[in-house]
Design a protein around this ligand. Structure first.
Ligand code: ADP
Ligand code: MG
Length: 345
C-alpha cells in the first residue's frame, strides 16, 4: 500500500537533524556555525558567543524512581556546560525551561533548582532566564547554555587533520553500567519493596550516571598549556559515535587501539558481571561527558604527562577507514550505536 508517511525511525536521530539542517538557511553574517556541532558559534565582534541546548525528559533521559530531582537539575546544567566545553569554550549563562505536571509540588521544584544552583556554583554560570509551562507527560527540562571562546580557540568537529593524535579524557563506560546497576536494583525493589538497594559497591558507576561532570578543567588546562585541539566533541552518545562525527565532519579517518581506551577497573569488572564486553560499554555506552579531541603531533609534548588525558590513536587520510585495532590485533570497524531514542525498541 502506498503511503506518504515516513517513520522517524527510518531516518534516525542524526538523519532527522540533517534533514532539518538542510532547510536552515543562514541569513546573518554573524552566524559562524549553525546546526551540526556541540554548540552554535556567533560572531559578536570580540570573542565568539557559543550557544548549546539540550532537553531532558522524564521516562526517556531520567527515571525519578532512582534519580533524585536535585541530580536531574544538576545534570541538565552539566550536559550543556559540557557542550560548551566541547567547543573549547567557557559557559557563562544558562536559561532553564521546565514543563511540570500536577504531580510536582513546590518542594519538588525547589529540589530541582537546588541541583541547578549547585551546578551553577560549581561551573560559575549564571541562571538568567527560562520558561515555565504545564506538562501532561511528567517533567521536561530544557537548558540553553551561553558561553564564550576566543575566535582562534574555538574547536569544531571538522578540524581533524591526518596524523593528528586522538585524545580522550577520564574513563569511559561507567555511566552506562551505572544505568544497568540502577535498573537491576529497581527491578529487585519492585519485586520486593522491603529490599534495600545494594549500591555501595557501585557508587562510582551510579555517580557517573546520576551526576555527570563537564570537563571544564580540561578546557582550562589546555589553554594553560597553549594547546588548541584541532577538533573536539563531548562523549554523550558513546566514543565510537563521537569519533565518527569527528572523522565524517573532518573528511578523514580514525584509527584507535583497544588497549589505549581508558576503562576504570570497577567498570571492567561490572561489565563482566552483567555479561557485557567492557570495550563495547566504553565505545557505545555513552553519557560519560568526557571530552574526545584531536591535537597536532607538535602539541603532544605539552600534555603528554597529563594524568587524565589518554592518547588512544591517530587520524589518517582514508576517510572510510574508521577502525579499532583490538587487543588481539584484529581490525574492528567503529560503529555508531549511541542512545537512539528513535530506535523503535
Ligand atoms: P549533542 O549530542 O551535542 O547534544 P545533538 O546530536 O543533540 O548534539 O545535536 C547535533 C546538532 O544538531 C547540534 O548543532 C544541535 O543544535 C542541532 N539540533 C538538534 N536538534 C535540532 C532541532 N530539532 N532543530 C535544529 N537543530 C537541532
Ligand atoms: Mg542534543
Amino acid at each position: 500500500m502506498a503511503s506518504n508517511r515516513m517513520e522517524i525511525s527510518e531516518l534516525g536521530e542524526f538523519g532527522l537533524i540533517d534533514r532539518i539542517a538542510r532547510n536552515a538557511r543562514k541569513q546573518n553574517a554573524s552566524t559562524v556555525a549553525g546546526i551540526g556541532d556541540d554548540a552554535a558559534v556567533v560572531d559578536c565582534g570580540g570573542d565568539n558567543l557559543l550557544v548549546a541546548t539540550d532537553m531532558l525528559l522524564e521516562g526517556i533521559h531520567f527515571d525519578l524512581a532512582y534519580a533524585p530531582l536535585r541530580h536531574v537539575g544538576y545534570k541538565a546544567v552539566a550536559v550543556n556546560v559540557s557542550d560548551i566545553a566541547a567547543m573549547n569554550g567557557k559557559a557563562e549563562q544558562i536559561t532553564v525551561s521546565i514543563g511540570l505536571s500536577n504531580r510536582f509540588s513546590v518542594e519538588a521544584v525547589d529540589e530541582l533548582y537546588a541541583g541547578i544552583k549547585a551546578a551553577c556554583d560549581n561551573y560559575s554560570v549564571d541562571l538568567v532566564g527560562g520558561d515555565t509551562t504545564s506538562s501532561r507527560s511528567g517533567l521536561v527540562i530544557s537548558v540553553t547554555a551561553l558561553g564564550r571562546a576566543g575566535k582562534d580557540r574555538v574547536a569544531y568537529r571538522s578540524g581533524a587533520q591526518p596524523s593528528d593524535i586522538i585524545c580522550v579524557t577520564g574513563d569511559l563506560g561507567a555511566a552506562y553500567l551505572g544505568v544497568q546497576v540502577l535498573e537491576r536494583e529497581k527491578q529487585v525493589f519492585l519485586a520486593n519493596p522491603n529490599m534495600q538497594p545494594a549500591l555501595d559497591k557501585y557508587e562510582y558507576l551510579v555517580g557517573r550516571t546520576l551526576k555527570p561532570e563537564a570537563r571544564t578543567d580540561i578546557v582550562f588546562e589546555l589553554a594553560e598549556k597553549g594547546v588548541v585541539p584541532t577538533s573536539m566533541i563531548d562523549v554523550s552518545d558513546g566514543l565510537a559515535s563521537e569519533l565518527l562525527h569527528l572523522s565524517n565532519n573532518s573528511g578523514v579517518g580514525v584509527r584507535i587501539f583497544e588497549d589505549k581506551v581508558p576503562i576504570d577497573r570497577l567498570t571492567f569488572d561490572t561489565a563482566l558481571e552483567f555479561k557485557l564486553d567492557p570495550i563495547i560499554c566504553a565505545l557505545n555506552g555513552g553519557e560519560d561527558y568526557e571530552l574526545s579531541f584531536t591535537i597536532s603531533p607538535a602539541d603532544h609534548e605539552k600534555i603528554k604527562l597529563h594524568p587524565d588525558i589518554h592518547f588512544i590513536g591517530y587520524v589518517h587520510e582514508e576517510k572510510n577507514q574508521n577502525i579499532m585495532i583490538s587487543k588481539q590485533g584484529t581490525v574492528v570497524p567503529l560503529k555508531a550505536q549511541g542512545w537512539d531514542h528513535f530506535g523503535g525498541q
